[in-house]
Design a protein around this ligand. Sequence first.
Ligand SMILES: NC(=O)c1ccc[n+]([C@@H]2O[C@H](COP(=O)([O-])OP(=O)(O)OC[C@H]3O[C@@H](n4cnc5c(N)ncnc54)[C@H](OP(=O)(O)O)[C@@H]3O)[C@@H](O)[C@H]2O)c1
Length: 283
Amino acid sequence: MKNSFFQNRIAVVTGAGGTLCSAVAVELARQGAKVALLGRTMDKLERVAAAIRSAGGTGLPVSVDVTDAAAVEAARQRIAEQLGPCALLVNGAGGNRNDAVTTTTEFQPAEIAEKIPEGMRGFFNLDPARLLDVITLNTIGTIVPCQVFGRDMARQGRGAIVNFASMNSYRPLTKNLAYSLSKAGVVNLTQWLAVYLAPAGIRVNAVAPGFFANERSRKILMTEDGGLTARGQTVMAHTPMKRFGEATDLLGSVCWLLNDEQAGFVTGITIAVDGGFAASSGV
Ligand SMILES: NC(=O)c1ccc[n+]([C@@H]2O[C@H](COP(=O)([O-])OP(=O)(O)OC[C@H]3O[C@@H](n4cnc5c(N)ncnc54)[C@H](OP(=O)(O)O)[C@@H]3O)[C@@H](O)[C@H]2O)c1
């Protein structure tokens, strides 16, 4: 069903070439929004824009690194010229990197040995520069678009922002130090910004997806023959709905949070979309 609220509104979606936010971008366009698609890899954005256009919608792909304030400001100017000032922002750009996670789930004496075993990366072997890459992407990469596109919204006296948190925001998953602390930061940022921007008429909320298979997590959670890895089995054992999420599972929450007519008094919250993972103690 289409909702007239989105008709001709200008929406900016970061991470729009990715698994979850490509679906968000397509859905917003289907509901009538003019959608700017932000990410670094133009090919991925072009594919999503083509899908939007072939369904009769408006999708403008813009290649930009969301942690680069000057580049995001240049993107804003282009979007303002071609579509108009931003009214809705979805901050989906984010993620993790293999060299910023530990290979062990708990301390192993070998990680402090003179010669660390090949391929081992414990807490004591993590490179702070790689941790900072992940923290910067998930926190500064959310803050910068809020500053740049939030300014458009503040000038209009209204707007809505949806950030992407994670199950790691509440309880850190083993191995994922930088990702967990940065996604905890996204929940905190969402609350802080909701309070700060309320007088500007801008609502700020977040979704916290549970386990959705994307390019990176598929390799961690699934075997090549479509079965589950040991980690995938652990995730499933703690997911009462016994499946991974699909991008379409997020659309209702994201669209509802963006919609002033339906969620006009909702700000500063994070909605878990997780098949019950956060509710489950596993016992
Ligand atoms: N999948 C899950 O299970 C899950 C669970 C909880 C939370 N999340 C969060 O949900 C969001 C979307 O996840 P996803 O599964 O759709 O991941 P994804 O498929 O990897 O998509 C993320 C997108 O962000 C873009 N991106 C990364 N760094 C960027 C940068 N510096 N500037 C601009 N764009 C950048 C990437 O495109 P380029 O590399 O081309 O820039 C990529 O298309 C992320 O914030 C993720 O942390 C995902």
